[in-house]
Design a protein around this ligand. Structure first.
Ligand code: ADP
Ligand code: MG
Length: 298
């Protein structure tokens, strides 16, 4: 299996606090990988390192065969990475179509000209319509973004990211703050993006059952390290994941099943199927340690 992205030995500290402590991660092309972990585990920092918002103190990142470790974020976007943020990030006063037109034009080296309505830019509009249709917002083009529901704004963000024509899409909590009634629609759109086209998706999500239903692979981050990496079933059945999140029914629902037969390790250096060895302590305070049942994930 060819790796689309490969990170090795990634480390990032903020002053004397090590947020990411030697993470190895391989993302093969295709499929949806979920990164889960308690608040402060390092999930957003990991996405920031992969996308170039932050540079690592140590480690290496290769993407599509190139060493992108020191690439700025803009160069990684050009190389085929796009992301969405934990906090919604759209232009509220522009229409839905104009929002998407901004990155479509930027990709062509142009910018949105306030004196020139996009009605006259048929090529841009056609691309914007295709992207909006891909995220289920085809009927909302003329609406001002501020009028969208939170779930629809999340979908618009997806369209903005897709405008970069990525090979890898990294989503930081794509359902954060969305009412439960809207959540399934957003998840269905994410699933549909990964299905027909060769798009690789890595997302951070806090709802365990959502992750188990959506992702083909789950990576558990804990105190800046990869604690476990495997299929949803392997993660459900992983003794150490269950020990650490004992008492949180959304993470470790009561299981009477036997462990599944071992598959190939997804993580370099794994010592047991789908699970990385060691959960050594990291420098600095440890806000993520031993979350209880009421602690929110992600
Ligand atoms: P998660 O997304 O898993 O909740 P983060 O990656 O946001 O966790 O944060 C991991 C840890 O690193 C947290 O303890 C957080 O407070 C700390 N951290 C993140 N970004 C910074 C920063 N810019 N400066 C200082 N500490 C940070
Ligand atoms: Mg986060």
């Amino acid at each position: 299996m060819t790796a689309l992205l490969e990170a090795s030995g990634l480390t990032k500290s903020f002053a004397d606090f090590t947020a990411i402590a030697g993470v190895d991660l391989v993302l093969p092309a295709g499929g949806i990988t979920a990164v889960i972990g308690p608040n402060g585990a390092g999930k957003t920092t990991l996405i920031n390192l992969l996308t170039g918002k932050l540079l690592p103190d140590q480690g290496r990142i290769t993407f599509a065969g190139s060493d992108v470790t020191r690439f700025p974020a803009s160069a990684r976007v050009r190389a085929g990475m796009a992301r969405t943020f934990q906090v919604t990030n759209v232009f509220p006063l522009l229409t839905v179509e104009e929002n998407v037109a901004v990155p479509v034009l930027a990709r062509a080296g142009r910018s949105l000209d306030p004196l020139r309505r996009i009605d006259s830019m048929q090529d841009v509009r056609a691309t914007a319509q295709r992207l909006l249709a891909a995220v289920g917002l085809g009927g909302r083009s003329a609406d001002v973004a501020a009028a969208l529901s939170h779930g629809d704004r999340r979908l618009l963000e997806l369209a903005l990211a897709l405008a970069c024509e990525p090979r890898l899409l990294l989503l930081d909590e794509p359902t954060a703050g969305i009412a439960s009634g809207e959540r399934d629609r957003v998840l269905e759109q994410i699933r549909s993006l990964a299905a027909p086209q060769p798009l690789t998706i890595a997302l951070v999500e806090h709802d365990m059952e959502v992750v188990f239903g959506l992702a083909s692979r789950v990576v558990v981050l804990h105190q800046g390290k990869v604690l476990a990496d495997g299929t949803p079933q392997q993660i459900r059945d992983d003794r150490r994941v269950r020990e650490i999140y004992l008492g949180d029914p959304s993470v470790a629902p009561p299981l009477a099943r036997a462990a599944p037969s071992p598959g190939p390790p997804l993580l370099r250096g794994s010592t047991s199927p789908g699970v990385e060895a060691g959960s050594a302590s990291r420098a600095g305070p440890s806000p993520a340690s031993r979350p209880n049942a009421s602690q929110r994930w992600a």
